[in-house]
Design a protein. Structure first.
Length: 101
């Protein structure tokens, strides 16, 4: 436990209390993005922004990969969200919904 906390402190440059909190959140094995139970301990990740170093939380491998592919850019995440939402609406409704009328 102590070794893991020190590893978190060094890797993510966080305080001991933050590292302890992240350690406890990892132990719960629940993805903080999709809320799914993570059954494989090797697939529990501490998610952080690679440009800023800011730690966001504990996520599953799938969510971690998704953030990486979206390059940690909120505009990419929003674009993918709106693309998915588009499939729920009729085309003309989509144009109106997005404000293109």
């Amino acid at each position: 436990m102590e070794k893991e906390i020190k590893h978190i402190m060094r890797t993510y440059k966080v305080t001991e209390s933050t590292a302890q909190d992240l350690f406890e959140r990892k132990a719960k094995a629940i993805c903080e993005c999709c809320n799914k139970k993570i059954t494989n301990k090797r697939k529990i990740h501490i998610d952080h922004n690679h440009q800023t170093g800011i730690v966001r939380g504990v996520v599953c491998a799938s969510c971690n990969i998704t953030f990486g592919k979206l390059e940690n850019r909120p505009e990419n995440i929003k674009a993918k969200y709106w693309y998915a939402e588009r499939g729920k609406l009729h085309h003309l409704d989509w144009i109106t919904y997005r404000g293109y009328n």
